[in-house]
Design a protein around this ligand. Structure first.
Ligand SMILES: C[S@@+](CC[C@H](N)C(=O)[O-])C[C@H]1O[C@@H](n2cnc3c(N)ncnc32)[C@H](O)[C@@H]1O
Length: 285
């Protein structure tokens, strides 16, 4: 009897750990655990995912470049960019003559992204920051993308609101939504299709298209309602805001972005990543 209880307890614990750490990737344990796990897998992430270049172009690079073809130099934000999957797919398209900013909370994923995106030089910038507070003003980007990320954030609806806030009217939103067997094990993180449609409509998005993409994900396209305004490539100094006090713009002095509002400094690391996450948590000097 005692043995049966011990074995049952061990199995239950193993199941719980598998759910929390493997399926949910730490999402119910907080962003620190999610980030810890992504920092661990960063060097092997692309090997694990085995991205197929043709699929990446067919589903992401080509349709996004087409959706932006009327904008001469589009500015794109990829939230939770990981190793730079979306920037790579988009910048591979010769028709795309804009710039991509990739943001992520895992510093090591960004280290990998910086290495892989080096050939694109000035066309890419990378920012270490939490998606829950995007360091940009309203109506800034021609497109905002967020792939395989929302379910790993503590409040996906709040992150969605942030994505739409920084998207300009008439701009393109491209996100993924978790589906399939595992989605049932992610309560409050993955959206049933009709619920997602309603959430997006409430955020004043239109032309919402939810299409099958991968076994575990739908791909969702939408436009932000309103008379088109804003967008276009602009220098980072013009659009960066302090994630701690919202003051902006920031000034670039001696390899760091400086906030005149609260005095915080956000260093630009050797690999070009703008490091906001750690400095935003610390008290200003
Ligand atoms: C499954 S990966 C997807 C990466 C990339 N978008 C792709 O499709 O390959 C999830 C990414 O979301 C990032 N992430 C998770 N929570 C985040 C948050 N709160 N803010 C910013 N990034 C976050 C992780 O660090 C990780 O790089």
């Amino acid at each position: 009897m005692t043995w049966a209880l011990v074995v049952g307890g061990v199995l239950l614990l193993a199941g719980l750990l598998y759910w929390q750490l493997v399926i949910a990737e730490g999402t119910y344990l907080g962003p620190r655990v999610v980030t810890f796990l992504y920092n661990l897998v960063a060097p092997t992430y692309d090997e694990i995912k085995q991205f197929d270049m043709a699929c990446e172009q067919w589903f992401l690079g080509l349709p996004l470049a087409r959706a932006l073809e009327t904008v001469p130099a589009p500015l794109v934000l990829d939230v939770g960019t990981g190793t730079g999957r979306l920037p790579r797919a988009l910048l591979f398209q010769p028709a795309f003559q804009g710039r991509v900013i990739g943001l992520d909370l895992s510093r090591r994923m960004l280290t990998e992204a910086a290495r892989r995106l080096r050939p694109y030089g000035e066309q890419v910038s990378l920012i270490w920051q939490d998606a829950q507070v995007l360091p940009f003003p309203d109506d800034t980007f021609d497109a905002v993308t967020c792939l395989e990320v929302l379910e790993f954030t503590p409040r996906p609806r709040a992150v969605l609101r942030e994505l739409v806030r920084v998207l300009r009217p008439g701009g393109v939103l491209l996100i993924s939504n978790r589906i399939g067997r595992d989605a049932a094990l992610l309560p409050g993180r993955a959206f049933p299709r009709p619920v997602l449609e309603q959430v997006l409509e409430n955020l004043l998005l239109e032309d919402i298209q939810i299409r099958p993409w991968q076994e575990d994900y739908d791909l969702v396209w939408a436009l932000k309602r309103g008379e088109p305004r804003g967008g276009g490539v602009r220098p980072l100094e013009e659009i960066l805001r302090c994630p701690a006090c919202q003051h902006g713009p920031l000034s670039l002095e001696r390899e760091a972005y400086r906030c005149a509002g609260c005095g915080r400094e956000y260093p630009v690391a050797k690999d070009g990543v703008i490091e906001m996450a750690a400095a935003a948590r610390r008290r200003p000097r």
